[in-house]
Structures are given as C-alpha cells and as structure tokens.
Write a protein that binds this ligand. Structure first.
Ligand code: URA
Length: 171
C-alpha cells in the first residue's frame, strides 16, 4: 500500500510538472510572438525572436531587431553583437541568464536600417518614467564598427549595474 501511494504521488508530480504546468504571462506572450502575422515581416522571417532569459530579471536589454543568426535560431543577440553584449555583461558581473534580452522588433527586417545617431550624446543616462528606470547605451554592434566604443560600452554596463545596486539599496 505504501508503495502504491508513493507510485501515485510520483505520477501526480510528473503530470503536474509536464502536463499541467500553467504558462506564465511572459510564456504566453512568447508563444503569441512566435506565430504572429500582424505585419509583413512574418513573410520573410525564418523564426520570430521573442526574447530569452530570466523573466523576473532586474535588467532587461532591448535591442533593435534580430539579425541573420537570430532569425535562424529564434534567439536574440547570438551573433557577433551578442558576443560583445555577453562580454560586457560578464565584465560587469552579470550573466546572460540572469537578465532578460529582447528586441523592439521581433522579426528580422530584410534590409537592416543603419542605426540612428541620437544614442551617441545620450549614452550612460538614466531616465525615470512610469515607475521604471531606463538606461541608454550603444548597441553592442556599434563596438564592432567603432572599436573606440568598446570601453565606453563596457563602462556603461558597469554604470548600469552600479545604479541598479543603488536602487536596490534604497528599497
Ligand atoms: N542586433 C539586435 O538589435 N538584436 C539582436 O538580437 C541581434 C543583433
């Protein structure tokens, strides 16, 4: 009898973990994005790229749009720019899985637009809006085209981590 009860308990746990797991709001959004057909980008994409990482992360990195590699694998920032981002995160004591990484546009635009200039004068700034904190920095890809920006970008990410710590200490 004890054995039978244990058997039932284990079966129930397996059922709950595999079959009955209720998806989180973020998982529902991610699934919606994967099948989204609201704009013409769905006709040229290989995969939509919803986002990846810790859904309760303190920091969310928001890029521009997926590139070729990201489109092929359905994961954001896995190409050269992603390597730059990972390095800057590591340099600031963060890991890729401890943050959430996504893009404004979720599907690869066929002809990538050239990034705009406004970031240059505003990088490193913190913006408080609607009870959220926004930190402005360069796109990691900018450090590939302009090596001088690599240290600037890394310092920005360190500044971000310091600011985050200050906010946490206040609360
Ligand atoms: N550039 C972006 O903006 N996003 C990616 O996911 C990859 C490169």
């Amino acid at each position: 009898m004890v054995l039978f009860n244990q058997f039932c308990k284990i079966n129930q746990e397996v059922l709950e973990s595999k079959v009955m797991k209720v998806p989180s709001s973020l998982e529902i959004i991610q699934q919606d994005i994967k099948i989204c057909k609201k704009c013409e980008l769905c006709n040229t994409r290989n995969n939509a790229v919803p986002g990846i990482g810790d859904e309760n992360a303190d920091v969310v990195f928001i890029g521009e749009a997926p590139g070729k590699n990201e489109d092929l694998h359905g994961e954001p920032f896995i190409g050269t720019a992603g390597k730059r981002l990972d390095d800057a995160l590591e340099n600031a004591g963060l890991t890729r899985s401890s943050v959430y990484i996504t893009n404004i546009v979720k599907c690869r635009p066929p002809n990538n637009r050239v990034p705009r200039k406004e970031i240059s004068k505003n990088h490193g700034q913190i913006v408080y809006k609607n009870n959220r904190v926004y930190f402005i920095s360069f796109h990691p890809a900018a450090t590939i085209y302009n090596q001088k920006l690599l240290d600037v970008f890394k310092n920005d990410i360190k500044k971000l981590v310091n600011e985050l710590q200050k906010i946490k200490n206040k609360n």
